[in-house]
Design a protein around this ligand. Sequence first.
Ligand SMILES: [Fe+2]
Ligand SMILES: [Fe+2]
Length: 146
Amino acid sequence: MQRFDWNDSFSVGVKVIDEQHRVWIDQLNSLSAAIESHQEARIISKTLNFMIDYVEFHFSAEESLMALQNYPALAQHKLAHEAFRKVLMDLMVLEIEEDGAVSKIGDSINNFQISWLKDHIQQTDRLFGAYLKEKNVALCNEPCAL
Ligand SMILES: [Fe+2]
Ligand SMILES: [Fe+2]
């Protein structure tokens, strides 16, 4: 199973977003590790659902922040989130005990989720960081209201 190791090239320049990405990446790596070490299906399912809840939280937080800052590319950004959400929803409805369910989750991580997240952070989320920088908005230096 592949891992995603965060480094500075994944910083979007917004502290609260970077922190959330790191939590998501940790959860993704935990899910990979659970699959690789052949954990019980119900543990894999629990880990997957935990990550999906976090992704939902992160997408909402990011979209709210963008709305608050009148980000012009918000609608387009929401569409990108929506497409990823759909992929996760398809995994969520799998019958985890059925043959092939766990390997479908593993394939999705290896062949899609990691590369999607890398590209989305480095290309799409980063545009929002650049927008804030241009507007000169300093977000989430202490204290953070978000
Ligand atoms: Fe995003
Ligand atoms: Fe993001």
